[in-house]
Design a protein around this ligand. Structure first.
Ligand code: SDX
Length: 383
């Protein structure tokens, strides 16, 4: 019997590639759990440091465990001089995601444990990466704003220190709260494209820096982490809330995708988008005219997209849609949105890589060959 044509799952849609106990994404009910805890409770009660510990170690830390973990993170915030110089000479002109990817890849040159594949060394490298990626993103933003390197402040929390290194001043609560919330909400999301590409690289037993560099390159794409920047740029292009409906109707008629909507897994409202929207609405009374205008555009866009594509096509707001106005309220410039996403998601990437390495298997899928076979080679002067 001729070989039956295999079923090709383009984009690995609906394919399970491994087992994991880190994160449950329920796309039907619109629920998300970090190590079993609902994202709403985590966002309400936790801190990014505690979330990173939970994702990596699989349990909420006791007070002494968290204090020790925070101390280790703080000890790793500073950047090698060579990395600072690389950022200083590239930040103003290059895409911040390219500078971040290059800086993280270069970090391995300063880490004498880079090639040590023991679990203990990989946890130490995870802590280095969590701290240093936040410092790198802040330093990129700092140099793009014409400032110089700001040494980290060990008295500040992770996200407060990020804002301090970015702006050269200690953040006010209204600046720090939205950034902390986004760090928490973007930390982990099961086998999304960037986590998967991290695993593909690590599954060959390459090193953690190489695996994370793959993840950063993957997250950059506008179909993935880059959507948060594109969604805000769309809102600025719309300009006035009264233009929202026309803009979206024309875009959809031209078969364009509206960034910040749709998801491979969520076929209902992304629970993270609900939390971010709720926070944005809580800001309205004392936010700038710009944030209020962006919020009105976002709300009108949300209403129209749900009417047109929600129930009928399963296309709903995702984590990226309301993120832009929230970041604007905290004074974060649009080109830092996706680098910040990466500085948050590093915890998820490393948690998955540590878990996968505990029962490693090379990731090597098949493809259905559709070309010819058995052709006879023809010398070049006879072609
Ligand atoms: C993230 O996976 C994760 O967990 C990712 C993430 C995480 O935390 O790691 O949640 C973060 O990446 C969120 C998603 C951010 N991306 C965007 O907002 C970009 C816009 N969204 C899409 O491009 C799309 O929804 C994807 C890529 C996110 C998912 O698309 P799929 O599952 O591959 O489905 P598809 O691209 O094949 O779309 C199916 C149909 C198509 O129409 P047809 O060609 O069949 O006619 O739905 C349409 C698409 O055109 N469609 C959209 C749309 N998203 C899908 N149409 C208009 N606007 C959109 N946003």
């Amino acid at each position: 019997m001729a070989d039956e044509a295999p079923i090709v799952h383009k984009g690995l849609d609906s394919v399970y590639v491994t087992e994991s106990s880190i994160c449950k994404v329920d796309g039907t009910e619109g629920k998300l759990y970090y190590r079993g805890y609902p994202i709403e409770e985590i966002a309400e009660n936790s801190s990014y440091e505690e979330v990173a510990y939970l994702l990596i170690y699989g349990k909420l830390p006791k007070r002494n465990e968290l204090d020790s973990f925070i101390a280790q993170l703080k000890a790793e915030r500073d950047l090698p001089q060579g990395i600072i110089e690389m950022i200083a000479s590239n930040a103003a002109k290059a895409d911040p995601m390219d500078v971040l990817r290059t800086a993280v890849s270069s970090l391995s040159l300063y880490d004498n444990e880079a090639a040590d594949s023991s679990k203990e060394a990989n946890i130490r490298k995870t802590i280095r990466l969590i701290s240093k990626m936040s410092s790198i993103v802040a330093t990129i933003g700092r140099y793009r704003n014409g400032g110089g390197y700001v040494s980290p402040d060990a008295k500040l929390s992770h996200s407060e220190n990020f804002l301090y290194m970015l702006n050269g001043a200690k953040p006010a609560p209204e600046q720090h709260k939205p950034v902390e919330m986004m760090f928490i909400l973007q930390a982990e999301h099961s086998s999304n494209a960037s986590t998967f590409s991290t695993l593909v690289t690590g599954s060959t037993l390459s090193d953690l820096y190489s695996a994370v560099t793959s993840g950063i390159g993957t997250l950059k794409g506008p179909l993935h982490g880059g959507a948060d920047e594109e969604a805000l740029r769309m809102m600025y292009t719309i300009g006035d809330p009264s233009n929202t409906e026309n803009y979206i109707n024309e875009a959809l008629a031209g078969k364009k995708r509206i960034m910040g909507f749709g998801h491979r897994v969520y076929k209902t409202y992304d629970p993270r988008a609900r939390v971010i929207k709720g926070y944005l609405l809580s800001l309205q009374s004392n936010s700038s005219e710009e944030v209020r205008r962006l919020t009105e555009i976002a709300l009108r866009g949300e209403k129209l997209m749900i009417e047109k594509l929600g129930q009928s096509h399963g296309i709903w707001p995702n984590v990226d849609f309301f993120a832009g106005p929230v970041y604007v309220s905290a004074g974060i410039k649009v080109e830092l949105f996706t680098p910040l996403f990466a500085a948050s998601r590093i915890s998820g990437w490393c948690a998955h890589m540590l878990e996968y390495w505990s029962d490693n298997k090379l990731i090597r899928p098949l493809e259905q060959y559709t070309g010819q076979i058995g052709l006879k080679y023809v010398p070049i002067d006879k072609r």
